[in-house]
Design a protein around this ligand. Structure first.
Ligand SMILES: *[C@@H]1O[C@H](CO)[C@@H](O)[C@H](O)[C@H]1NC(C)=O
Ligand SMILES: *[C@@H]1O[C@H](CO)[C@@H](O)[C@H](O)[C@H]1NC(C)=O
Ligand SMILES: *[C@@H]1O[C@H](CO)[C@@H](O)[C@H](O)[C@H]1NC(C)=O
Ligand SMILES: *[C@@H]1O[C@H](CO)[C@@H](O)[C@H](O)[C@H]1NC(C)=O
Ligand SMILES: *[C@@H]1O[C@H](CO)[C@@H](O)[C@H](O)[C@H]1NC(C)=O
Ligand SMILES: *[C@@H]1O[C@H](CO)[C@@H](O)[C@H](O)[C@H]1NC(C)=O
Ligand SMILES: *[C@@H]1O[C@H](CO)[C@@H](O)[C@H](O)[C@H]1NC(C)=O
Length: 802
């Protein structure tokens, strides 16, 4: 029994070998027919007929060791109906594939004619036709490498032969079992600077950065493959192509294009299976133009898209739900006359060459000057194209498909045009005016003496004074007496509540018109200028879910903030009040959660400033007459720089129960500490219970701990406020709780950004991660907590605006 299979296989091998030697080359008198195959000299490749799908036969080339891996197909669009085909070589050197009826289904096209042609499958997998008589055997009349299918083998070229105008590119199979041409192509885009592009039809899916004279930029990730293959890039007057060779000749490797992008596959020494070494287009930032115009993709950030400095989303609503397609536009429009400069952005994939110009052999300074001269130039950079001096690249119009790389990838920098206001500089023209006037003042000083100097100084001061008062006008100043009258001299009956920085009063300006007045404590220690600065800052924030600041009032020591009046007071008056709870059904509660999330997203990411609220809690959520939520009390809010993510303070201000661990313990606050507070708030709204002071007969955890325990026991619904029976959809509630738990996770890094929160709340289909342990998940001793956190709300009335 044991001997039989052995005899069997050796017999088969013998047969194959005989066929192979019989058909090593094709000449006009010797076609290969039906199941004959052509074998390359070193036996790596075979060519012959193979079937794919249902009753379709193709002429192809495949690996001898891997008959399933077809690397080239001749008659992709025109299959044979059966295996009775023959490949013949005509007298003039054209390969022709004939079907059973001797009709031609495919033929090679070449402009050259051979005297005495012979066809041969080379060891590289290249099927060539050459002239037997030709002295140099390397000159081919036709070669299959010039007409790639979906695979790029070693020695194949991807790109242009400028002499013949022929472009070689890969075209995917329709699917794994259908070799006919699919929608995807991969080739050399010969726009001013060459770059490799994967496209689906006419739409780009991925591109490398442009050729910079030394290498293709913007593909640092594929450098890992340098250990296996050595890339070859040729760009001169006759040729432009990409090719590669294996570093270790015993490693078999190929590049394959399919729906999932470009993959580099290898068979390692001693192995008999193919492994995927890398896939181009392997992360979100590789998708062409994923962030839209004038934005940058940062793979380590969440969400990945950011507008470039000085730009804002074209559509806040779309941006808020992570739809970045419409991109960003300038916050402050450019004004070429007023003077501009450039902002350097380091280590990026250069934008696509859509409206683009290259100037060879200029210095970087000339490049900058050239870009500055032309008002339509929005960005420039240098590159090593051209000999000697570097070249100058300039973009006009939208900047598409930029991404940021890691520090150590050492990609290129780009310089983007900005108005001075975005660079924090005064106008250059302004500077010049000052310079000139100072110079003339000096000369006048010499000529005319002190008097003139004095006049100029006085004039300038006057100018500044008038400019300052103009700025003040942005926010209405209310008269102290009017306010006093409207609040009945700050009478107790008009008092609405006590905020962090002092009492809040209701005031009726007229019979119908109400406002809310917050009278700041006198010991706030804040100067008039600081107060004004802050008030103007808050007044600029305009969002449906933020309470609107109408103006302020300053008189002597008195500081007051005037807000729109919210008849329904604050959220805590509803959710924690047994008699009013039921007024907020599940739908309404969900709307309130969504509203708060939107307001917070605006503060964090969508307003001109980046604001950390630091004191988000139920009593700071006001409700208007339709119970729409409005975030209020920016008393301890902090402004962050656009790129700042975290700050530290020695004085921890805020409200226990809502503070994240890193803030309460280390004084570190960030957008993620606001997210924590939001999570607490969300769970409070769902449960109708306060986080702080929460008691449960079975354990001593806070509300967060309680929610987490229930969640892990699959009993999330038990967290629900019992008065909500019947008004909710189970799935929605569980989803909400899950999002709440994600927001209160212990590690700030793991909490989602508000943009993701809004997205998750708004999209039922979004897949949510499983939450991890919440912050402060340690059981309190029954009294311990109150020792730790002494007085409920700590309020220190210093408002720090930076
Ligand atoms: C196509 O394949 C199916 C199943 O694989 C088979 O039943 C059918 O006969 C085939 N059709 C032709 C025309 O070969
Ligand atoms: C070579 O011959 C084939 C048919 O025999 C013909 O179709 C083809 O056009 C010829 N090629 C040239 C370059 O003359
Ligand atoms: C096809 O051509 C070959 C060789 O010229 C010939 O032997 C064969 O009979 C032809 N077949 C048909 C169906 O004409
Ligand atoms: C491949 O595409 C053909 C049609 O082009 C289709 O009939 C076939 O089912 C597809 N096969 C797979 C595996 O998707
Ligand atoms: C361009 O480069 C190719 C490959 O190195 C070479 O064969 C060809 O001669 C070059 N052309 C010119 C004009 O230098
Ligand atoms: C994103 O916005 C664009 C244009 O504003 C719109 O056409 C597209 O449908 C949106 N995509 C999604 C997934 O909502
Ligand atoms: C400015 O740049 C645009 C776009 O690159 C170009 O079309 C135009 O000719 C340039 N103008 C000048 C004066 O160089």
């Amino acid at each position: 029994m044991k001997g039989l299979p052995f005899i069997f296989t050796s017999l088969l091998q013998f047969l194959v070998l005989q066929l192979a030697t019989a058909a090593d080359t094709i000449s006009p008198s010797k076609p290969i027919i039906g199941s004959d195959t052509l074998v390359s000299s070193g036996q790596s490749f075979k060519s012959g007929l193979f079937s794919a799908g249902n009753s379709s036969w193709y002429l192809g080339i495949w690996y001898n060791n891997f008959p399933d891996v077809v690397v080239w197909v001749a008659n992709r669009e025109n299959p044979l109906a059966d295996s009775y085909g023959s490949l013949t070589l005509s007298k003039n050197g054209s390969l022709v594939l004939l079907d059973q009826m001797n009709n031609s289904v495919w033929s090679s096209t070449s402009s050259q004619v051979a005297e005495d042609p012979v066809a041969e499958l080379l060891e590289t997998g290249n099927l060539v036709v050459r002239d037997k008589a030709a002295t140099a055997s390397e000159i081919y009349i036709w070669e299959s490498f010039d007409f790639p299918s979906d695979t790029l083998l070693q020695d194949m070229k991807l790109g242009w032969n400028f002499r013949t105008g022929h472009n070689r590119f890969l075209t995917s199979w329709k699917n794994d079992s259908d070799p006919s041409p699919g929608q995807y192509t991969y080739g050399m885009d010969n726009v001013p600077l060459p770059q490799l592009v994967i496209a689906k039809g006419a739409k780009k899916q991925f591109r490398t950065g442009p050729w910079n004279g030394l290498r293709l930029t913007g593909t640092p990730g594929s450098s890992v493959s340098y250990e296996v293959v050595h890339p070859i890039f040729v760009y001169n007057t006759t040729d432009l192509y990409y090719s590669y060779e294996a570093v270790d000749k015993s490693v078999v490797t190929r590049l394959k294009l399919s729906e999932s992008g470009i993959q580099r596959l290898v068979v390692n020494k001693g192995s008999t299976t193919w492994a995927v070494m890398y896939t181009l287009q392997y992360n979100q930032c590789d998708n062409y133009g994923v962030c839209g115009a004038n934005s940058i993709c940062k793979i380590n950030k969440s969400p990945v898209c950011e507008c470039l400095h000085g730009f804002v989303p074209e559509s806040w609503n779309e941006w808020g739900v992570l739809n970045w397609t419409s991109g960003c536009r300038r916050g402050t429009p450019l004004n070429c006359q007023k003077g501009e400069d450039f902002l350097r952005i380091r280590n990026v994939k250069l934008p696509d060459q859509l409206d683009f110009r290259v100037i060879l052999s200029t210095s970087i300074d000339e490049c900058k000057a050239e870009c500055l001269r032309n008002c339509s130039c929005v960005a420039y950079t240098k590159s090593d194209i051209g000999k000697g001096d570097s070249g100058c690249l300039m973009w006009s119009g939208a900047l598409i498909d930029m991404r940021e790389f890691d520090e150590d990838d050492r990609e290129q920098d780009i310089y983007i045009r900005m108005p001075f206001s975005e660079l924090g500089k005064s106008s250059r023209k302004g500077k010049r005016v000052v310079l000139i006037s100072v110079l003339s003042a000096v000369s006048l000083l010499i000529v005319l003496g002190f008097s003139c100097w004095y006049i100029i100084l006085k004039k300038r001061r006057k100018k500044r004074a008038s400019r300052d008062s103009k700025e003040d006008l942005e926010l209405p100043l209310f008269d102290f007496d009017t306010i006093a009258t409207a609040t009945n001299n700050f009478s107790h009956t008009n008092k609405l509540g006590e905020g962090g920085f002092g009492p809040v009063y209701k005031a009726n300006l007229t019979r119908e018109e109400f406002i809310a007045v917050k009278r700041l404590s006198k010991d706030s220690g804040q100067g008039i200028e600081e107060f004004k600065n802050e008030v103007t800052m808050i007044a600029k924030l305009q969002h449906w879910n933020l309470v609107k600041l109408l103006g302020c009032c300053i008189q002597g020591e008195e500081r007051m903030l005037i807000y729109e009046y919210m008849p329904n007071k604050s959220l805590d008056c509803f959710i924690f009040d047994q008699s009013k709870k039921a007024l907020l059904d599940w739908r309404k509660r969900f709307d309130i959660i969504m509203g708060i999330a939107r307001g917070l997203l605006y503060l964090h990411e969508d307003s001109r400033l980046r604001i950390i609220h630091r004191d988000l809690k139920s009593s700071n959520i006001l409700l208007d007459d339709e119970l729409n939520p409005k975030i209020s009390d920016f008393g301890i809010a902090r402004i962050f720089g656009r790129n700042q993510t975290e700050a530290k303070t020695k004085r921890v201000i805020g409200t226990y129960g809502y503070m994240s661990p890193e803030y309460a313990i280390d004084g570190k606050f960030s957008m993620k500490s606001d997210v924590f507070s939001f999570g607490v708030l969300l769970l409070e709204i769902v449960s109708g219970r306060k986080n702080r002071g929460f008691h449960h007969p079975d354990h001593h955890h806070t509300l967060l701990g309680h929610a987490w325990l229930l969640w892990n026991k699959n009993k999330g619904l038990e967290l629900m406020d019992s008065c909500l029976d019947n008004s909710y959809v189970k799935f929605d509630v569980l989803r909400c709780i899950q999002i709440g738990l994600l927001c209160v996770q212990k590690l700030s890094l793991e909490r989602p950004a508000m943009s993701s929160v809004v997205f998750m709340l708004g999209n039922e289909g979004a897949i949510l991660p499983q939450p991890k342990e919440p912050g402060f998940f340690t059981e309190r001793s029954s009294t311990g907590t109150d020792n730790l956190i002494s007085n409920g709300t700590i309020t220190i009335s210093t408002v720090v605006a930076r």
